[in-house]
Design a protein around this ligand. Structure first.
Ligand SMILES: NC(=O)c1ccc[n+]([C@@H]2O[C@H](COP(=O)([O-])OP(=O)(O)OC[C@H]3O[C@@H](n4cnc5c(N)ncnc54)[C@H](OP(=O)(O)O)[C@@H]3O)[C@@H](O)[C@H]2O)c1
Length: 253
């Protein structure tokens, strides 16, 4: 098991939620973390709050020039690259008949295609450090939520990517894994425009009863699993559920 102290880690979507929480968790343990997001003030505020060890870059991962600039910035800041956390993601919901083609293309572009292309830009750097790539899966692939087909299918795609890329990149000494996160209260539902803050909280809390552990998760609990996958040396192609047991499909029958 390697030590996270001194590692250079790139996190996409670090201006809020699980990305911001992971950045803090890794920096608190001595890593050099580069975070990105489209909203400059959000990533800047997170980096300022974390302090030395966290570097903010305004970047849209769907833009090729931004992806290249982002990787160069992370490599320069951290003196190389040990891990890429493909965390940036958006939510899009609606019944099948209502789905808009452009919005479907947009969500696949962010959640899947940009993460693939960004990973491709990082493999040379990661290979030099026996590095790791982490994808963010979702409980939406363990429990079926009507109206979430767009989001859920992007998360199914990243699980597949973690397994196929683990096979493809093993020869380059790069490990690829996926954290399948359960319900943690972040901005993602509200940013989709689908629900208000209060409705998002209410919806998330509705899954609590379906879990043996009967509570929402925290950003730190997801970061712990990501840190394990960054530091572990013999885990690759794994999908790790961190969800209070939601995936079990609890039943009292
Ligand atoms: N929270 C949960 O319960 C949960 C459960 C399972 C999986 N996840 C996954 O965890 C990841 C993080 O989500 P979260 O819950 O922490 O939500 P969040 O707070 O909304 O964070 C997502 C971040 O991604 C950034 N982002 C979106 N599009 C981007 C783009 N094109 N380029 C760069 N950054 C972009 C957003 O910032 P900007 O808008 O400023 O770009 C935002 O800060 C997502 O992949 C999500 O699917 C979350």
């Amino acid at each position: 098991m390697r030590d996270i102290e001194g590692m250079s880690i790139l996190i996409t979507g670090g201006g809020s939620g699980l990305g911001a929480g992971s950045a803090k968790y890794f920096c608190d343990r001595g890593a050099q973390v580069t975070i990105c997001g489209r909203r400059k003030e959000k990533v800047a505020a997170v980096a300022a709050a974390i302090g030395p060890g966290c570097h903010a870059v305004q970047a849209d991962i769907t833009n090729e020039a931004d992806r290249r600039r982002l990787v160069a910035a992370a490599v320069e800041y951290g003196g190389g690259l040990d891990a890429l956390l493909n965390n940036a993601g958006n939510m899009y919901r609606g019944s099948l008949e209502e789905l808009d083609e452009q919005k479907l293309l947009d969500i696949f572009h962010t959640n899947v295609i940009s993460a693939m292309l960004l990973t491709g830009l990082c493999t040379g750097h990661l290979s030099e450090r026996k590095g790791a790539v982490i994808f963010m899966g979702s409980t939406h692939n363990r429990r079926a939520f009507p109206g979430a087909s767009a989001y859920a299918s992007t998360k199914g795609a990243v699980e597949t990517l973690a397994r196929v890329l683990a096979a493809e990149l093993g020869a380059k000494n790069i490990r690829v894994n996926c954290v399948v996160s359960g319900a943690v209260l972040t901005e993602i539902n509200q940013r989709s425009g689908f629900v208000t803050d209060a409705e998002a909280k209410e919806r998330l809390e509705a899954v609590v009863e379906m879990q043996p552990l009967k509570r929402l998760g925290t950003v730190e609990e997801i970061a712990e699993a990501i840190a394990y996958l960054i530091c572990s040396e013999w885990t690759t192609g794994a999908l790790i559920d961190v969800d209070g047991g939601l995936a079990l499909g609890l039943t009292h029958a």
